[in-house]
Design a protein around this ligand. Structure first.
Ligand SMILES: [Cu+2]
Length: 133
């Protein structure tokens, strides 16, 4: 008579604890992956191709150039440019596409400018352009 209560209590505890811990780990195990994914390297590699055009512009290194020619109709600009780090390009004179033709209004032949450029759809394209100070 004296042994029953402790035993059933111990049994109760033994059953309750594992259940409680299982329920907790199952739960957090369910939520943890979804919440943890944004911080590991996954997002860093994902934007590589998709978000190139918009997000990359902000992080591209600026290069310097002198404007040689501007073709408003074709949306092209000829630049005698310095090294372009992200394109691994040495100084040269060449023609770029311009992503936004409004940029062409900000420069005229002979102007010193600074600009960012990237290869978009196989074409060297100016993304940002402003007068060099
Ligand atoms: Cu070039």
């Amino acid at each position: 008579m004296n042994l029953l209560p402790p035993t059933s209590l111990a049994l109760c505890m033994a059953l309750a604890w594992p259940l409680a811990t299982h329920a907790q780990t199952d739960h957090s195990g369910h939520h943890a992956p979804a919440a943890a994914v944004p911080s590991p390297p996954t997002p860093a590699t994902a934007p590589a191709t998709a978000a190139d055009a918009s997000t990359a512009a902000a992080s591209l290194p600026w290069a310097e150039a002198e404007v040689r020619r501007i073709d408003d109709q074709a949306g092209k600009i000829s630049l005698r440019h310095g090294p372009i780090a992200n394109l691994d390009m040495p100084p040269m004179t060449m023609v770029f596409q311009v992503q936004d033709r409004g940029l062409l209004a900000r420069a005229k032949p002979g102007d010193r400018v600074r600009f960012t450029a990237d290869k978009i759809n196989g074409q060297y394209t100016v993304l940002q352009l402003e007068p060099a100070s």
